[in-house]
Design a protein around this ligand. Structure first.
Ligand code: ASP
Length: 439
């Protein structure tokens, strides 16, 4: 059994957190490849080291003095080293970093040092081999990942070590220039390592015990999903539920490696498994509820629309020409409604409207804003009678007016449109009926 374990910034924010991480790793021999983030926030209002590095580099670029800011960053690491009672010195590394900042080595180089230094500490603490991500994660000059070379370099390098620490978030171009993924990118590194070494599981350790069935800002202490499929997760994260970097899914999904989201502060919790497919029925028929506010709809009416072949294409082409993606297109015999993101649409609204008039000569076009969309997602819905009925009776009892319904042909989700003001009430009502009362 081989596991890749990635730890997020909050799991490595100070020595106390490092000790918890050390215990987790040492408690299972299979936890062989460790991917650390940079130290995150120690308390509310604290600053992540990555953000401190960005600030510090901005000062260097502006020709200002960086010694105070760099001193603070140094102190974050030395606080950890002291707390772990390590005899490690990072003086040489910091001298190099200071020189590189002054020589304007680049913003991405600057940000990457957070993970680089944390990796050094982690390797010393665990007594694992340190592998610089610059030598194994390869980027093209346009900033995209060179997937094939990365896979080969990682595979060749890690075959030499039974236990290793590979810092997350960054890599390098062939000429050695350091590049980073987008924010939260250590998740991607973990996934790439898991793929390259053919791991049995990719454990992603964070500060929550997995994916919550719904947003905790709307429902207090929602339950955790035990298993979610990649497709379900995609539906949910599209609607705003995020725990994992989007690009972290692809490498492991292709290899059939499950991701297990775990909580560093509660290692006894099993967390959530993200899998390609499963015959495990979800506990509550539905897997998750997510949603977003800020949509608007264009309702287009034209008599005899249904016999006008190409009507839909012509309408959608107008959106395409203005670079606006559409979310949903429910239709009736002589009506067609297009849902779009309000902020994407607002500026171009009049041009789109004129374009639609030119393209299809509608009888009426009505616009409405302030709509929210809710996705009720669950692989279990397909085989369960009455799911839609339960959703709508819950919404009726909660006095929520349903403005739109769309069920994908995959039967994996039901999308419901409601007014922005009724969004929270609607989510609560759906959660209650499936999870709390289960009636
Ligand atoms: N440290 C980086 C960030 O704050 C990457 C990561 O934590 O995954 O975005």
């Amino acid at each position: 059994m081989k596991k890749v374990v990635k730890f997020g910034g909050s799991s490595l924010a100070n020595a106390e957190q490092f000790k918890k991480v050390g215990e987790i790793i040492k408690s299972e021999e299979s936890r062989r490849y460790v991917v650390p983030s940079a130290p995150g926030k120690r308390f509310g209002g604290d600053t992540k080291v990555t953000d401190m590095l960005y600030q510090c580099y901005a000062a260097a670029e502006a020709g200002e003095s960086i010694s105070a800011l760099l001193g603070k960053i140094k102190e974050r690491y030395y606080e950890i080293i002291r707390g772990l009672e390590l005899s490690l010195s990072l003086e040489q590394e910091f001298t190099q970093i200071e020189a590189d900042f002054k020589a304007k080595a680049g913003k991405e180089y600057a940000a990457s040092r957070g993970e680089f230094l944390n990796g050094k500490i982690m390797a010393a603490y665990l007594e694992f081999q340190f592998v610089d991500a610059a030598s194994v994660i390869r980027f093209f000059e346009d900033g995209s990942l060179d997937v094939e070379t990365t896979d080969r370099l990682l595979g060749e390098c890690l075959a030499q070590y039974e236990y290793a620490v590979i810092p997350g978030f960054y890599g390098a171009q062939e000429d050695g220039k350091i590049r980073t993924f987008s924010r939260g990118g250590s998740d991607v590194t973990g996934s790439l390592v898991a793929k390259a070494i053919h791991a049995d599981v990719y454990e992603n350790w964070t500060d929550v015990s997995g994916f919550l069935v719904t947003d905790p800002r709307i429902v207090k202490d929602p339950v955790v999903m035990d298993t979610v499929t990649y497709r379900e997760l995609r539906e949910l994260s599209y609607m705003g539920a995020t725990v994992l970097h989007e690009d972290a899914i692809f490498p492991v999904r292709k290899e059939g490696i499950p991701i297990n989201i775990r909580n560093t502060n509660r290692p006894q919790d099993k967390g959530t498994f993200i899998v390609e497919s499963t015959c495990k029925k979800p506990h509550y028929v539905i897997t998750g509820i997510a949603g977003k506010k800020g949509f608007c709809s264009l309702n287009i009416e034209k008599s005899m629309m249904n016999s006008e072949i190409g009507f839909g294409r012509k309408v959608l082409q107008v959106f395409e020409e203005h670079g606006i993606s559409f979310e949903h297109v429910p239709s009736g015999i002589d009506t067609m409604t297009v849902y779009v993101h309000q902020d994407e649409f607002e500026e171009k609204e009049q041009q789109v409207l004129a374009g639609i008039h030119r393209a299809v000569q509608p009888d009426v076009v009505e616009m409405e804003s302030g709509l929210a969309l809710i996705a009720v997602v669950g692989r279990g819905m397909k085989s369960q009678r009455g799911t839609a009925g339960r959703i709508f009776s819950a919404l009726a009892h909660a006095k929520v007016n349903v403005r739109m319904i769309d069920q994908g042909s995959s039967e994996l989700n039901i999308i419901i449109g409601v007014d922005n003001e009724e969004f929270e009430r609607a989510v609560k009502a759906i959660y209650d009926i499936f999870v709390v009362t289960q009636i």
